[in-house]
Design a protein around this ligand. Structure first.
Ligand SMILES: [Fe+2]
Length: 275
């Protein structure tokens, strides 16, 4: 099973003269075209949030147009720049059958169960996890208690390796993150967390769960150290699942460049990362 991860596209519809908007749209278009041309077909595409810069309906219409070739295999979660209901109505449809104030859903049709989880704070641009959301996570995880499961979410619920100051830990309340890990402690079948928000390439292990963040798809918003061949290039991630070991092998996909991808492991993830 092969999963592609996009994140932090920060798109905006309409031309206000700032060239960054067009370049971000081009970044996403290049990723989608590259995904469609991969030799080994991608089973699904996760987007870990900050899909649109201002979360307007016209922004999601633009994104929907760009990702149209991915058809029904595109699974987003909201970032702090997104608008929950705008995103859900455009992309999630029947995945979100109930009206609820947050987004949580499962993708059950693959060897790994995928859970999209909403980390938005009601108060700030940071993350937060209230009791209803954590109870919903506990409940949805209990539905398939033995199947290997990966969560994808915007704010990383851990200290981001290499990030400094306020960028290291991006939740309003540390106790909410503690409660999150208590929930995961009841579900040892969770094998992986895929996160966005940090705009940087990192991987770490928390309570035995491999957790990662990725560079923004928006090339102008990359943060931190990258392999030389990836600097300034359009990037996304590929995660290949090994059903024997229940682990993912991750690689950084370079859309334009002589070396198309860089295999990654914990040991060669850039750790000396500066904004
Ligand atoms: Fe972002």
């Amino acid at each position: 099973m092969l999963v592609a991860q996009l994140s932090d596209t920060h798109l905006k519809a309409g031309d206000d003269g700032d060239p960054c908007w067009g370049s971000r749209e081009n970044d996403l278009r290049a990723c989608v075209a590259d995904i469609m041309e991969l030799e080994g077909p991608v089973d699904c595409v996760l987007h870990t949030g900050d899909i649109a810069q201002f979360g307007r309906q016209e922004d999601y219409t633009l994104v929907s147009d760009v990702v149209e070739p991915l058809a029904s295999n595109f699974f987003p979660v909201p970032g702090n720049r997104d608008h929950r209901s705008g995103l859900a109505s455009k992309f999630l449809g029947s995945r979100m059958p109930r009206q609820q104030p947050f987004i949580i859903y499962a993708v059950d049709e693959f060897p790994v169960r995928l859970i999209g989880f909403d980390t938005l704070s009601a108060e700030t641009m940071m993350g937060d996890l209230d009791e209803p959301r954590l109870a919903a996570l506990d409940e949805i995880l209990a539905v398939e208690g033995s199947k290997p499961t990966a969560l994808f979410m915007h704010h990383p619920p851990f200290d981001v390796p290499g990030a400094e100051g306020c960028y290291k830990f991006q939740y309003d309340r540390p106790e909410a993150v503690d409660a999150f890990w208590q929930v995961l402690g009841r579900h040892p079948n969770v094998v992986r967390l895929f996160c966005g928000h940090a705009h940087r390439l990192t991987e770490t292990t928390v309570n035995g769960v491999v957790c990662s963040t990725m560079p923004s798809v928006a090339t102008d918003k990359h943060v931190g150290e990258l392999p030389n061949e990836a600097i300034g290039k359009t990037l996304y991630m590929l995660h290949r699942f090994d059903e024997r070991s229940n682990t993912f092998e991750s690689s950084l996909r370079i859309v334009q460049g002589e070396k198309p991808s860089v295999k990654l492991s914990v040991s060669n993830f850039p750790q000396d990362i500066r904004p």
